[in-house]
Design a binder for this molecule. Structure first.
Ligand code: CMX
Length: 426
């Protein structure tokens, strides 16, 4: 099978022709409408953008290039990136080729480490990671080629180059953020015998007591990579990229959105929620105790982290994948037992509460528990690990969009006065 670059290149012409024909023949057909509620309500459900790397079905959850997540959890994150970008699963040779390519691009310039070290110990790891990505922007090949006058049809090539460079370096800069932020001593060199995922936890310095840490990291980084195009991080990356901001700027924009507590930061909040419960009860609470506690949280106007979703209406298959892993890896861990009680109690409480459209757990309900059990005991770092993974999906979408010559994003905003006039409201 062809290398990632050649495999993607071979698809571009037919992708462009397909979209051009679709727009020429059906460009005036209606695929959705926008209501006043959607305009004020985060554009929820509005069909006004395209993403072919993955879709999220309310019932079945994440589907990557037509394949449900449950059939793909054996893939490495690099193989997942290949699938997202080309639509095909790589064979062993293509997979090895991509691994080697990422290894060759993994060296991080010293000034980026200095930038990380300069941040105060009170900085949030997501701010530090985003800053490190922006520090790497100096190396952008797209920006250099754009300044030389590259033709629009060729934009995708240096964007792919930048994206591979950035993906290759993400584990190293995230690990450096971890060690610097938590005062863990010198940075640890990449181990050439480990893959992209295992190197992240190796460079963080997480001890692998069971020999399964690499498996957890691989699964974690695989399932978080992509979640269609409308979520906050993907949408922000897409919008920045549509202005021809390069891969570094675009991923930094996406990471800034991922850092919000209603999106990527929910994994941190969820683990803190678990720890708070353990502190309060001094044990795994009974169902009744947890129910009372959940009501206390809801009545104080807070959300229960790790439950609900903007699109999903059933249990998140990413949660299911982590649950299967945890059942084998740490069945007796107190936090895992707590997450099970939450799984049994919270949906009922949220149903009674009557607000959330989805009362089931999402990926964040368990991701932090597993990291904690494996020795990553700093919840504030969890979203940075999510960010390493989400860079894969954001960048795959970005490269596809540059290949398709997708124009700058510019929806029309309207004023409240205009809406009132339009609908005849006083
Ligand atoms: N706890 C309490 N209330 C919740 C809730 C939860 N877990 N989930 C939804 N609700 C509430 C909303 O806050 C909203 O209340 P208001 O009407 O008072 O504003 C109401 O139910 C309706 O919300 P919704 O339409 O069901 O959900 P949204 O699309 O507005 O929001 C999400 C989705 C994820 C932000 C929300 O479910 C939430 O805050 N969950 C907890 C945080 C979390 O786990 N986030 C991780 C998401 C995973 C991901 O990003 O992939």
């Amino acid at each position: 099978m062809a290398s990632l670059r050649d495999a993607f290149k071979s698809k571009i012409q037919s992708l462009r022709e397909d979209v051009d024909r679709l727009v020429a023949e059906h460009g005036d057909k209606v695929i959705g409408e926008s209501t006043v509620a959607q305009a004020y309500g985060g554009m929820r459900g509005l069909k006004c953008m395209v993403c072919d790397t993955s879709v999220v079905s309310p019932k079945d959850g994440l589907i990557l290039r037509g394949k449900p997540l449950s059939e793909l959890t054996h893939l490495s994150p690099e193989e997942t990136f290949y699938l997202l970008l080309t639509g095909d699963l790589p064979d062993a040779a293509a997979s090895k080729d991509l691994q080697d390519e990422l290894a060759a691009r993994s060296t991080v310039p010293g000034y980026v480490f200095d930038t990380i070290k300069l941040q105060p110990k009170t900085s949030h790891p997501m701010a530090m990671l985003t800053m490190a990505v922006l520090a790497l922007e100096e190396q952008s090949k797209f920006r250099a080629r754009y300044n030389e006058g590259i033709s629009k049809g060729d934009y995708w090539e240096p964007v792919l180059e930048d994206s591979l460079d950035l993906i290759a370096k993400m584990p190293t800069i995230a690990a450096a953020v971890y060690r610097s932020r938590y005062g863990l001593g010198d940075f640890i060199d990449r181990n050439p015998n480990l893959d992209w995922s295992a190197n992240l936890t190796h460079m963080m310095g997480v001890p692998d007591e069971t020999g399964t840490l690499g498996d957890l990291t691989r699964l974690y980084l695989m399932i978080h990579a992509d979640h269609e195009g409308g979520n906050v991080s993907a949408n922000l990356c897409h919008t920045a990229g549509s202005a021809l901001s390069d891969s570094y700027y675009s991923v930094a924009a996406g990471l800034s959105g991922l850092a919000g507590p209603l999106h990527g930061l929910a994994n941190q909040e969820c683990l803190r929620f678990h720890l708070g419960i353990m502190e309060r009860f001094g044990k795994v609470p009974s169902k009744d105790e947890l129910k009372d506690y959940a009501w206390e949280v809801l009545n104080s106007g807070r959300v229960i982290p790790g439950f609900g979703h903007a699109v999903l209406r059933d249990t998140d298959p990413r949660y299911t994948a982590l649950h299967e892993f945890a059942k084998k890896a740490c069945p007796d861990a107190e936090l895992f037992k707590l997450s099970h009680v939450m799984y049994e109690v919270i949906p009922g409480v949220l149903t009674e509460h009557g607000k959330a459209k989805n009362v089931n757990p999402n990926v964040d309900a368990l991701s932090g528990v597993l990291l904690y059990e494996y020795g990553v005991t700093q919840p504030r770092f969890y979203t940075a690990i999510f960010g390493v993974s989400r860079a894969l999906g954001m960048l795959a979408q970005l490269i596809v969009n540059r290949a398709l010559k997708t124009p700058i994003t510019r929806p029309k905003s309207v004023s409240t006065a205009w809406i009132k006039e339009q609908v005849g409201a006083k």
